[in-house]
Structures are given as C-alpha cells and as structure tokens.
Design a protein around this ligand. Structure first.
Ligand code: MAN
Length: 556
C-alpha cells in the first residue's frame, strides 16, 4: 500500500463511524443524514420529514430524492452537482448510488443505472448497484481483480511519473545551461561590438584620409592615365619600336657580315692565286688595295661577347628587364603628382613627408575654396587605394551590424517566456508527430504546428508559437495516465498559420500534461482550421494539479 492510499484511509476514519448502519447506496460523506432510526429529514428540504421506513422503499418522497439513496426511484431528478447541491427542486441531493468497491476505489453510479440489469463494473466493481437481480442479472464482486489491475497500472503510472520528474529536472538543468550560453554570448557580443565600433571608426577615418589624399592628387584625364599616362604610353610604344628596330638591324648586320666574309674569302683566294707575271695593272691595283684593306683592323664590335650580351639584354621584353609599364600606366605611383613633386626625392624623408602633406593640404584648401578645380570628379574610376579602404570600412560596418542584430535577437530570446523554470528553452525545436486521419501532425515546441498529408503534397502550417496560457481542464484521466486529467494546465497558443479557405488563418492550442515522453495524444479540429492538440511532456510535471480520480475518497 502506498503512502497516498494510507492517507486516504485515515481521512475517511470519521466518516466510517456511520458506515456500518448506513442504508444502501449512502456514502460515508452523507451518512450523518441517515443516523436517526425513526425519522428521516430530506437533506435539501428539512421541512419534509418522513418515517425512516420510507427510506429506500422505491418511492420518491423527498423533492431532492434523498430518501432513495439505494434505488432508481428518484432518478428522474437532475444529477447532483457539487456547485449547486442545494438546488433541491431541480437536482438530486446525492451524487449517485454509492458503491463501496472494497479492494478498489469507491465510486458513485448514476441513479439511472441502479437495477437496470447491466453491470457497471467501470464505476461499481462490486456489482452492488444491481442488488435486485433485475432480469436475472447477477453482478459478481470483481473489485479484487479490478483493484489489483488498477493498482498495477497506478504503480506503473507512479514509476512513469517518477521518471518524468527526473527528466524534468534534467531539462531544467539543460535550460539553465542554455540560458547561460545565451547570457555568455551576450557578454562576448558586447565586447565584440565595442571592438568592432572602434574598428569601424578607425576605418572610416582611414577612408576619409585616403579620399583626402586622393583629392590632393592631380586627377587623371577622362580617358585614364592623364599626362603621365600618355607619356608612359608613348614611351612604351617607342621602346617597342626601338626593340623591334634593334632586332631587325642585328639580323641585317649578321647577313652583311656573312656576305663580307664571303667576299673577303674570294679576295683572299684571288690574291693568293693571281699570276703577278702578267703585268696587268688593273689586277695589281686591286691586289694592293685588298692588301691595304686587309691590313686595317676590321674587328666588328659585336665580335666582343660583352657587346653582344648587351644587345641580347636590350631585345628582351620590358617585363624580363624588370620594367612593368602597368605600374606607371594605371597605378597611383604613376600619377602626375609624382612628376610634379619629383624634386622631393632629393629631400630627406621627414621633410619630404612634411612637404607632401602641406602641398596636398594646400591643394585641398584651394579646391574647397573654389580657387582650384576639383578635377577628381573627372575620374571615371575610383582609385584602388580608395576602393580598398572603402571595402575595408564596409566590411567592418557589415560585421558590426550583424553583431548588433545577433545581440538584439539574443536579448529578445532572454526576454521570451519559456514557461516555469525556463523549461521550454530545453525543448525548443524538439518535434513530435503522430498520424491522425489522412494527415501526420507535427508539433515543434516553441516553434510551430504542421499538418502533412500522408499521401504527399504540401505541408500546412497550423500556427506559429505566440504565447503560453493557463487553462482549466476537466477530463477523466485514462488508466495509463495519457490524458489531461483535471486542473490547471499550460497551453501554448500557435497562431497565424496558413489561411483557411473561407475561414480564418489556421491556429492551434496545445494543451500540455505530465508524461514521461514528449508525445501527441489527441488531435481535434474543434472548428474549421482551429485545432486542439493534447500533448504529454515531462516539462510540465511539477506544475499541474492531481487528476480527477485521485480526488475520489478511498474505502479500502
Ligand atoms: C485542409 C485541412 C483541414 C481543413 C481544411 C479546410 O483540408 O487543413 O484540416 O479543415 O483544409 O479547408
């Protein structure tokens, strides 16, 4: 026997004092009205008094039916209601026929069921309501076995509740850790943002400075390159022409050298082979001239390897020679400022920087005061330096905005209602689903509810989480405990789901009750596109009152 059972027995000890002599169908609660053995006073209408012999005589004497606690004679009266027990003219003074149900839990059976020829074992396991054997019916007392099964289920339920309670504790810890993570991230984001703000300010200043410097330069012409660019372009072309010329001349020279060598060979042979005895004056003159020619130094310059190597270097491309025209054509180094201030190169570096700054400042001042034209506007493209600085600034600013948004969403997250003990933080994003009819229904805690056709096709949003509410429920708790029971329950409202044709936007109410597992028990479409889900979760185990059945007094 559990502690709870023991407590229930103690509570009923006083009431049991009358138990032995109570008329049939009277509960310990109402026994006091039946203790006078000679006269009976109608409970809700004390003016009406009867000889006690008329109690349970199968004739309804009292307007409130209280003289027939063990028959169905007054069953035409409306059922007793704890809220209006004294409304004697309309309702029965008693809740029903009291079944002692020894070995199980006592219960009231509606008076209409008394002696109706049907055993109501669900409420009256001892079969006492069929005491008259109407139609030969005999209801054996089955309380021992029913009570045993019930207690077994109850123990399983208690065990399950114990597990659920442990799970809840774990969830509370988990929720605490998750909250801490958010808080820590908020702290680190604050530091990151401070750093990012400084970075953005610095990069903004850098961008302004670069823009200012660029403004101070003589702008390039609309075609790009300016005077310097034109000069560089011409020089490059000229260099190319000279290189090509040199190559061509070297080729022609080599050809000529070959021909000279050939001619010299012919003349050498001629000189060696002519006959000096033929007094041919013309031949002799030619030989003499050849001898004079041959005596002179005819070494070609290019025969010296160094000269030839120089030529080889000269005909190599500019790039191979370490000359990159692009640097001078488009880059900032090629700007006219360098030409204008080239004399600075002769100054010591500190003075050069000082002078450069002054000159640029002067130029900016002259532009600002309208004395000098701001030629920077002629530029079709921004200088690389400005573009780079702007990109750095924009990137830093973007990062700062992202961090600020991140911080805000985490702050909002901390403000959000995650239920008692912040418990639903641990469940956020956990989804459970179940089939019902032609759909599979899915609930994602703190997010949304979805209806998915089993045959395939688009999913329907049944509402997004908006808030938590507390609602009262009053339902029988099934023996397996998978139900709402009665008392105050947490309900989650999901709204603004997919629009319902000819109806509202879909919405759902998720009513939660304690269970060992997160599971959907029941789904109802209460009105068109308005859904109600009954869901079990360990998250609410310590926040709900006991079930209806546990309130019934025990008479073991
Ligand atoms: C779908 C489902 C139903 C809903 C109807 C309304 O079939 O979402 O639950 O009742 O649309 O047209």
């Amino acid at each position: 026997m559990t502690k709870a059972w023991g407590a229930l027995v103690c509570l009923n000890a006083a009431a049991l004092a009358y138990a032995e002599n109570r008329p049939r169908g009277v509960s310990p609660e109402f026994a006091k009205h039946y203790k006078d053995p000679s006269t009976f006073t109608c409970i809700s209408d004390p003016a009406v008094q009867l000889p006690f012999a008329r109690v349970n005589d199968d004739y309804c004497d009292c307007p409130d039916g209280s003289d027939e606690p063990g028959t169905s004679a007054c069953s035409h009266l409306s059922s007793y209601s704890p809220q209006t027990p004294s409304n004697a003219n309309l309702t029965h003074a008693l809740p029903g026929f009291y079944c002692k149900n020894k070995g199980h839990i006592p219960a009231y059976v509606p008076f209409t069921n008394v002696n109706d020829g049907v055993c109501d074992y669900e409420l009256c396991c001892d079969g006492s309501e069929e005491w008259d054997g109407v139609g030969g019916v005999k209801c054996a007392d089955r309380c021992q076995e029913i009570g045993k099964d019930w207690r077994k289920l109850g123990e399983a339920r208690q065990k399950s509740l114990g597990n659920a309670g442990r799970k809840r504790k774990e969830m509370v810890l988990q929720a605490g850790r998750m909250r801490k993570e958010v808080e820590d991230r908020i702290w680190s984001l604050r530091t990151e943002i401070e750093g990012a703000e400084v970075k953005v300010r610095n990069l903004e200043a850098e961008l302004k400075e670069v823009e200012r410097r660029e403004k101070g330069k003589v702008a390039k012409g609309p075609a790009g390159g300016g005077k310097m660019g034109v000069l560089v372009g011409l020089a490059k072309e000229r260099m190319e022409e000279l290189r090509e010329g040199l190559v061509r001349v070297r080729e022609e020279r080599d050809e000529v050298k070959e021909r000279v060598k050939e001619l010299e060979g012919i003349l050498t042979t001629f000189k060696e082979e002519y006959n000096p005895n033929f007094n041919d004056e013309g031949v002799k003159r030619a030989v003499r001239a050849w001898e004079e020619y041959a005596a002179r130094d005819h070494t070609f310059e290019e025969d010296e390897p160094a000269v030839e190597r120089d030529f080889d270097e000269m005909v190599k491309s500019d790039k191979e020679n370490g000359l990159d025209w692009e640097e001078y054509e488009g880059g900032e180094e090629g700007s006219d400022t360098d030409v204008l201030y080239a004399f600075e190169n002769y100054l010591p570096p500190t003075i050069r920087t000082w002078l450069d700054t002054r000159l640029r400042d002067l130029r900016v001042t002259l532009i600002d005061s309208g004395i000098l034209a701001d030629t920077s506007s002629f530029s079709t493209t921004e200088s690389k330096a400005v573009t780079d600085a702007r990109n750095r600034f924009n990137t830093a600013e973007r990062e700062l905005t992202n961090s600020r948004n991140d911080l805000q969403s985490r702050k909002d997250d901390l403000e959000k209602d995650f239920g008692p003990d912040d418990i639903f933080r641990a469940l956020k994003g956990t989804c459970v689903s179940t089939d019902s009819g032609e759909y599979t229904y899915e609930l994602c805690f703190m997010e949304k509810t979805t209806q998915k056709p089993k045959k395939g096709g688009g999913h329907t949003n049944m509402g997004n989480y908006v808030r938590m509410e507390r609602i009262m429920v009053d339902e029988d708790l099934p023996a397996n405990g998978k139900g709402l029971g009665s008392g105050e329950r947490i309900a989650m409202k999901h709204e603004n789901g997919q629009h319902c044709w000819n109806g509202p936007n879909r919405s759902s109410t998720i009513v939660l009750a304690c269970a060992e597992e997160n599971e959907i028990w029941k789904i109802m479409e209460e009105e068109k596109c308005v859904y109600r889900l009954e869901v079990g979760t360990p998250a609410v185990c310590e926040t709900q009152a006991g079930g209806k059945k546990e309130e019934v007094k025990d008479e073991l």
